[in-house]
Design a protein around this ligand. Structure first.
Ligand code: NAD
Length: 244
């Protein structure tokens, strides 16, 4: 008899941010139970837990109260801040605290928003995939601490039954953005639009926020679904008695 899959109860950490809010809305739209954990309060349509991820007990208490089975962790300081101590505290120690709280509360799944910048050191990157190793020297403290957090999340896979995955979006655009368009507008206001650096032929990846949010839902859904078997053509040839 086919078993009914257990429905998750979601907590979006950083759920009042740009991406986090889109994830909350998509979960609501498909009828899931979701809460938001954040240092700022902006919305009142889902259960909200006010707290800082660097405070493990605050995260653990929210997880227990909400009965969360799947965490989607999108919290981070803005990449443009020049504050290495804050990046380390929130991205590395905060993520460590979330993992510890998740294991303690027997959460089943953790989806982490990393960044495409974790493999960028200023050199062009073309046609690569996730097998590309981290650079020896990271671009900056933001990307270094995102990379360290990503390692913590992936190493936690299997700990206390926790299943983990990290996604690496490139630039994100769309409604609710407070960083990218604000930065462009500031450049416009400062009259910096008549300057060109280089040949104007650099390429950069951008993804619509709704698609990045959807990727997080799909990653959560697939975490406890075994991947389909590979096509027969990709299976290693098994030795048969006639090969001997
Ligand atoms: P955002 O600033 O809009 O959202 C982040 C949220 O995290 C905010 O609501 C903030 O209050 C919360 N937060 C920050 N520190 C916290 C703390 N200590 N405890 C609890 N909550 C805290 O940023 P965003 O653009 O939505 O980015 C979301 C995630 O996506 C981040 O992890 C970021 O590194 C990653 N990312 C963003 C982009 C982009 O272009 N925006 C690109 C790649 C990766």
């Amino acid at each position: 008899m086919a078993q009914t899959k257990q429905r998750d109860v979601y907590m979006v950490i950083g759920g009042n941010g740009f991406l986090g809010r889109h994830i909350v809305q998509q979960l609501l739209e498909r009828g899931d139970i979701v809460s938001a954990f954040d240092i700022v309060e902006r919305y009142n349509d889902v259960q909200f837990y006010s707290g800082d991820i660097t405070d493990q007990e605050s995260v653990a208490s929210a997880l227990r109260k909400s009965g969360t089975t799947c965490i989607i962790h999108t919290a981070s300081p803005h990449a443009q801040l020049n504050n290495p101590e804050l990046f380390r505290k929130v991205n590395v120690e905060g993520t460590r605290a979330i993992i510890a709280a998740a294991v303690e509360a027997r959460v089943r799944k953790l989806v982490f928003t990393s960044s495409a910048g974790v493999v960028f050191n200023g050199q062009d990157i073309i046609d690569v995939d996730e097998r590309l190793p981290f650079p020896e020297v990271h671009m900056d403290a933001y990307n270094q601490t995102k990379a360290e957090a990503e390692v913590l999340v992936l190493e936690a896979n299997g700990k206390g039954g926790l299943l983990t995955v990290a996604l690496r979006p490139a630039g994100i655009f769309g409604p609710g953005d407070r960083q990218v368009m604000a930065g462009f507008y500031q450049a416009y206001e400062r009259g910096q639009t008549n300057v060109q650096v280089g040949e104007n032929n650099n390429l950069f990846d951008w993804t619509y926020v709704g698609n990045v949010a959807r990727a997080h839902l799909l990653a959560a859904d697939r975490l406890d679904t075994p991947p389909p078997a590979p096509p027969v053509s990709q299976l290693e040839k098994q030795p048969t008695s006639s090969d001997e």
